[in-house]
Structures are given as structure tokens and as C-alpha cells.
Design a protein around this ligand. Structure first.
Ligand code: PEP
Ligand code: MG
Length: 316
């Protein structure tokens, strides 16, 4: 009993009946690592590599500079998993050398994987730097692409990873509704999925994530968003592959239980949220999480979904 209580305070993420849900950290670079380690993160579920590129928007950082930064993050999680996202430039994170200046609608334009496929030398350099940084380290490196829309995108990314000689799992972020709808076909090309619920909400509800006036539609409890999460998680299960969440949704403790009930296999969030999510998940069984997920999906609004889940989880 004492061990169970200690585990709930600091150990690996799990439901009260022992269904494991690794709790991983979102980091922007080496500076975020100490907080992730202190929170007991089991690894990194989203390494946003943009920070390295934002210093100087006129050109890509040198491969040596990249190797150094990647290595510092990878070294911090021996035996753990580190999921690195290749550069997600464009839209809210424009880079002069990658992002077209004259886009009428940048969020729908050349961003994420699209800009890397237009500049294959930037992607290749990043993948080579990751291969060099991870060489000899006892860490499970996974590399994923942002803004994958379809199987063709997923194949182009996997081909680039193979060409760079990268010994890692390759994955696709699910942040466009088309990717959730056709998750099984994307999984023919890659080994895992990671749901970026911030962008997935933006594109599902046609609601700009930077516009406060439409924040109601950005609410990650929206049942339509939960339906898309369920589609991706079910596809991954059918293919025997994993499907994590690395958007803000994972940082909400009750929603983390709902995501677990929908079949999500890991949760990645800012380090500060990890203890709360760990403690809440440890209070409920997987069956309770599944009932909470079903109750949320049976509603017609984010507020109703929240109330339904509170009812299911407090009434049992
Ligand atoms: C997301 O879109 O949910 C995500 C994790 O990526 P970012 O917030 O960096 O766009
Ligand atoms: Mg995103």
C-alpha cells in the first residue's frame, strides 16, 4: 500500500488498477530538462525543436549546434523515451528562410512538414544531427513530423528518415482532421501517432488558436475533438502501434483520464502538470476512464462533457 502511495506521488503513470500510461514532458530545449526530471517525467513526448531556429530567422542553425542541443536533452533520460519533433515552422512560427511571405492564410499554408518537404536540405540536416546526437546513448529516440495530412506526407517523412540513416522510430503528429480520419493508412508508413490537440482543435473547428474571441471552440473537451482522438487511438490499437497526446489537453487531469479511456497510450505535457495528472489518473480504474470517455462523447458540448465526466468519476 505504501509503495502504491509513493508510486502515485512520483512513479510511472498508471490507473489505480495498474494500466500504464507513461507521463512524458513537453520541452523546448535543454533549459526545460531539469523541471521535467524533477517532475518525474518518464521521458519527453514532445521536443519542440523550433527554439533552436528562432534565434536567427534568416538561416538554419549549424548541424554542430543542433547536435549539442539534442544531445543535452537525450542524455537526461537514460532508459527513457525522447520524442523529437522536426521543425514546425510557419503559421504562428514563421521563419524567413522557410516561410513564404505572401500567404493570405498562413495556418492553411506552407507550415510544418510542408515547409520541410519544400526544403529537404533543412530536414536532412536535422535528421543527421539527431542521428549523431543519439549515437551511443541508452535512450529510445523517436522522431515525428508536424502537420502530416495524409499517407503521402507520412511516406515522404519516413523516406527522409531512412535516407538520413536514423536508427529511431518514425511517427506522425495527428493535428489535421484528415490524419485522424485516415489514421490507419498513415500507420502503414509510420510506427506511432501523437495527437497535437491544439492544432487539431484549431483545424476541426475552423477556430484560430491565437484568436481569443473563438476560444470556446478551442476547448479540448469538445466532443467532436474527442471523437477524432478516439478514431486515431482505435486505428493505432488495430495496427498494434502507439498513439499519444502531446497537446494541452493532456495537462488537464480529468481530461487525461478521458483520453486514457479513449485508448491513448501516453500523455505528454508541461512538466508542472505531471504531478497532478499522475495523482488523478492513480485514483481511477481503466474501466472508470472508459466510462468517463463514453459519457463525454455522449454529450453535445464541452461544458456538458466536463459535467458528465465529473458525475461519472465522483459517483463511483
Ligand atoms: C499541438 O498542436 O497540439 C502541438 C502539440 O503542437 P504546437 O502546440 O507546438 O503546435
Ligand atoms: Mg501543432
Amino acid at each position: 500500500e505504501r509503495k502504491a502511495a509513493l508510486d502515485a506521488a512520483s512513479g510511472p503513470g498508471a490507473t489505480s488498477d495498474g494500466h500504464k500510461v507513461p507521463l512524458l514532458a513537453n520541452v523546448g530545449g535543454p533549459a526545460d530538462v531539469p523541471a521535467a526530471v524533477a517532475a518525474g517525467a518518464e521521458g519527453v513526448g514532445l521536443f519542440r525543436t523550433e527554439f533552436l531556429f528562432l534565434d536567427d530567422s534568416a538561416k538554419a542553425p549549424s548541424e554542430e549546434k543542433q547536435v549539442e542541443a539534442y544531445r543535452q536533452v537525450l542524455e537526461a533520460f537514460p532508459g527513457g523515451r525522447v520524442v523529437v519533433r522536426v521543425l514546425d515552422a510557419g503559421a504562428d512560427k514563421p521563419l524567413d528562410f522557410l516561410t513564404p511571405a505572401d500567404e493570405p492564410n498562413p495556418a492553411l499554408g506552407v507550415r510544418g512538414l510542408r515547409s520541410l518537404l519544400d526544403h529537404p536540405e533543412v530536414l536532412a540536416s536535422q535528421l543527421r544531427a539527431l542521428a549523431a546526437a543519439s549515437a551511443g546513448l541508452p535512450v529510445y529516440l523517436e522522431v515525428m513530423a508536424p502537420m502530416v495530412a495524409d499517407r503521402q506526407d507520412a511516406k515522404a517523412f519516413a523516406d527522409a528518415c531512412r535516407a538520413a540513416g536514423l536508427a529511431a522510430k518514425f511517427g506522425a503528429m495527428v493535428e489535421i482532421p484528415s490524419a485522424a480520419l485516415r489514421a490507419r493508412s498513415i500507420l502503414q508508413e509510420v510506427e506511432f501517432l501523437s495527437l497535437g490537440t491544439n492544432d487539431l482543435a484549431q483545424y476541426t473547428f475552423a477556430a484560430d488558436r491565437q484568436v481569443g474571441a473563438v476560444a470556446r471552440l478551442q476547448d479540448p473537451w469538445q466532443p467532436a475533438l474527442l471523437d477524432l482522438v478516439a478514431l486515431a487511438a482505435e486505428a493505432a490499437k488495430a495496427e498494434g502501434k502507439s498513439c499519444g497526446v502531446c497537446g494541452e489537453a493532456a495537462a488537464d487531469p480529468l481530461l487525461a483520464c478521458v483520453l486514457t479511456g479513449l485508448g491513448v497510450t501516453s500523455l505528454s505535457m508541461g512538466a508542472a502538470s505531471i504531478p497532478y495528472v499522475r495523482a488523478t489518473l492513480a485514483k481511477y480504474t481503466l474501466a472508470q476512464c472508459e466510462r468517463a470517455a463514453a459519457a463525454a462523447r455522449a454529450t453535445d458540448s464541452a461544458d456538458e462533457a466536463r459535467r458528465a465526466v465529473q458525475g461519472v468519476l465522483s459517483g463511483e
